[in-house]
Design a protein around this ligand. Sequence first.
Ligand SMILES: Nc1ncnc2c1ncn2[C@@H]1O[C@H](COP(=O)(O)OP(=O)(O)O)[C@@H](O)[C@H]1O
Ligand SMILES: [Mg+2]
Length: 316
Amino acid sequence: MSAFISIKDVHKVYPVGAGLLRAGHALHAVRGVSLEVPRGGTYGLVGESGSGKSTVAKIIMGAERPSAGAVQIDGRAMDGSQRALAWLRTCLQPVLQDPYGSLNPTLRVRELIDEPLRIHRKGLGARQMTLRVNHLMEQVGLPEALASRHPAELSGGQKQRVAIARALALAPQCLVLDEPVSALDVSVQAQVLNLLQDMQVASSLTYLLISHDLAVVAHMSDYVGVMYLGTVQEQGPVESVLEAPRHPYTRALIAAAEPARGSLTAALQGEVPSPLRPPSGCAFHPRCPLATQRCREKAPPLRQVAPAHFAACHHA
Ligand SMILES: Nc1ncnc2c1ncn2[C@@H]1O[C@H](COP(=O)(O)OP(=O)(O)O)[C@@H](O)[C@H]1O
Ligand SMILES: [Mg+2]
């Protein structure tokens, strides 16, 4: 299967804390991430808050330029030009965590969903527009009676359905889903995830799914990548990574996701270091039960441990 999204050795450095009288620091949010999202498949990116997942998403969506590295979407090199961005809007759309912040509260559901059509499909007549909005609402399971409501009158799940309908309005080939259900009640999360799965099958969509919740990623993905402090520590087919994890961090994430084990802090010692002062060698070594001198000195590269399965650990 060919890759729809391909990024190679992508870095993002943010200058922080600079003032008139002092030099700033460099915050290395993403440190050499490479990944491929197969056309029509789902790649799930998982990791704790602050590991760089949203920065990777922003770079892929064209909202941020990488400090180094290459991004290809559907075989085209993304160079940050207006032309590349305009093309990107037609084939890739974001769905973000916060359905409250991303929907204009003054618009009604019908206007929210037809807004992308009014902007990008100027030729569409009023009747065609109404039909298209009705169809989109039906696709995402929103009753027609909600068309004249404002976002404040909707539940969290309904708001996220509106956001998904908006993202689908221009018939993109790919959705970048950054924590799409994290703001929703657990009981509603499964409904929205199932909707996303149905939409994927119906329209052959490609998904990059980002979540701090391993259960969400496991449920949805064909491939997974595990991020820690700006780097991918392990990636591969979902069965292989979750059933035979080779990296101690992936093992800790899996243990923490089991109801009996509870939190990640119970499975792991200490806290995530600041990306302003990343550890020497392997980024995970200060929390790793297997760490040795070599881990403190040299960052392990990703190396193949099973078919299409890679782990960055000296002890994998
Ligand atoms: N615009 C920015 N300026 C400075 N630092 C940022 C910016 N965006 C993100 N960061 C920092 O980069 C790191 C990764 O953030 P992010 O990609 O949002 O992680 P995640 O989505 O995994 O929680 C964090 O330490 C965060 O504080
Ligand atoms: Mg994020």
